[in-house]
Design a protein around this ligand. Structure first.
Ligand SMILES: C[S@@+](CC[C@H](N)C(=O)[O-])C[C@H]1O[C@@H](n2cnc3c(N)ncnc32)[C@H](O)[C@@H]1O
Length: 290
């Protein structure tokens, strides 16, 4: 079949997408291995049969709802081009708020832990801005950790190390100046789990029990053992969880607790600083609120 770039794009139909033309262009320039501008510079260029078939196959998958990032195998985050696949969450622009707040609190030789790193998005964005920081990125999914490691290697960020860990379980006596996390925080029964891109993302990266706070509770409780005095914990959470998250920070010896809004004006990141030992109240158990 003889078909030009322009004709292939105008034939493409994605009735369920909010951005059908953009989706088609992204898929086509990925198949061709070119930049988007190429499609406009060379609209009459004829596709090979193989290129056209690949493009049509990706369009069909997109029409079923598969996320563009999984179809192309990569996603931009903080100006980094990250490999992603069905084992990793697709990094979201909202998470850049967490990165910004962490960067504001970095000392030049900070030790940072990113809990639940997924594709490595947060850890690698911090590494990009702080060459001298040492960063430990953890996840309990070996498949996600493999992608994060690949991304770090491709970007040449040698100061980022990786550890397989169920939250802080494998950290032993490691302590950080800053701990960041974008953990799962969606309620099990949230109907959004059956809509859009999230249908294709790992449930283990999204869902956190009946109230969406199971993982946040564990992280807040465990992180205090892995922060230096006055070290910071920064957590992304759901737009309706700020009050509950602030209460947990208070319960577990954090001070200077504050919640920040994302660009849409929604409260999405809460942070706090670990009190010095003298000020801490004793806790009978980390598990008291599970
Ligand atoms: C919402 S995703 C965030 C991924 C990445 N940090 C980002 O912002 O794009 C949550 C991540 O936490 C990981 N995770 C879930 N439960 C975990 C646990 N118990 N211990 C460690 N990591 C966990 C998931 O595998 C997933 O990669």
């Amino acid at each position: 079949m003889v078909i030009s770039i322009k004709a292939a794009l105008s034939q493409a139909e994605l009735p369920n997408s909010d951005t059908p033309r953009l989706d088609a262009e992204v898929l086509l320039y990925n198949v061709l291995g070119v930049r988007r501008s190429y499609l406009y510079a060379w609209p009459e260029k004829i596709l090979t049969t193989h290129q056209y078939e690949q493009f049509r196959a990706l369009l069909a998958r997109r029409a079923q709802g598969e996320p563009i990032a999984y179809l192309t195998g990569h996603q931009e985050f903080w100006s980094l081009n990250l490999q992603v696949n069905e084992n990793t969450l697709i990094p979201r622009p909202e998470t850049e708020l967490l990165v910004e707040l962490a960067i504001e609190r970095l000392s030049p030789k900070a030790q940072v832990i990113d809990l639940g790193t997924g594709s490595g998005a947060i850890a690698l964005a911090i590494a990009q801005e702080c060459q001298q920081c040492s960063i430990l990125a953890t996840d309990y999914s070996p498949a996600a950790l493999k992608i994060a490691q690949h991304n770090a290697q491709k970007l040449g960020f040698q100061q980022v190390k990786f550890l397989l860990s169920d939250w802080c379980a494998a950290l032993k006596n490691i302590k950080a100046t800053i701990i960041v996390s974008n953990p799962p925080y969606i309620e099990t029964a949230d109907p959004h789990l059956n809509q859009g891109d999230v249908r294709y993302e790992p449930r283990t990266a999204l869902v956190a029990g009946k109230d969406g706070l199971t993982d946040i509770r564990q992280i807040i409780a465990q992180a205090q053992n892995h922060l230096i005095e006055k070290g910071w914990l920064l957590l992304e959470h759901g737009y309706n969880q700020a009050q509950a998250v602030q209460a947990l920070f208070k319960q577990y010896n954090y001070e200077a607790i504050q919640t920040y809004q994302d660009l849409a004006g929604l409260p999405r990141v809460t942070l706090g600083r670990l009190e010095s030992k003298l000020n801490r109240k004793s806790l009978f158990s980390d598990q008291s609120n599970k």
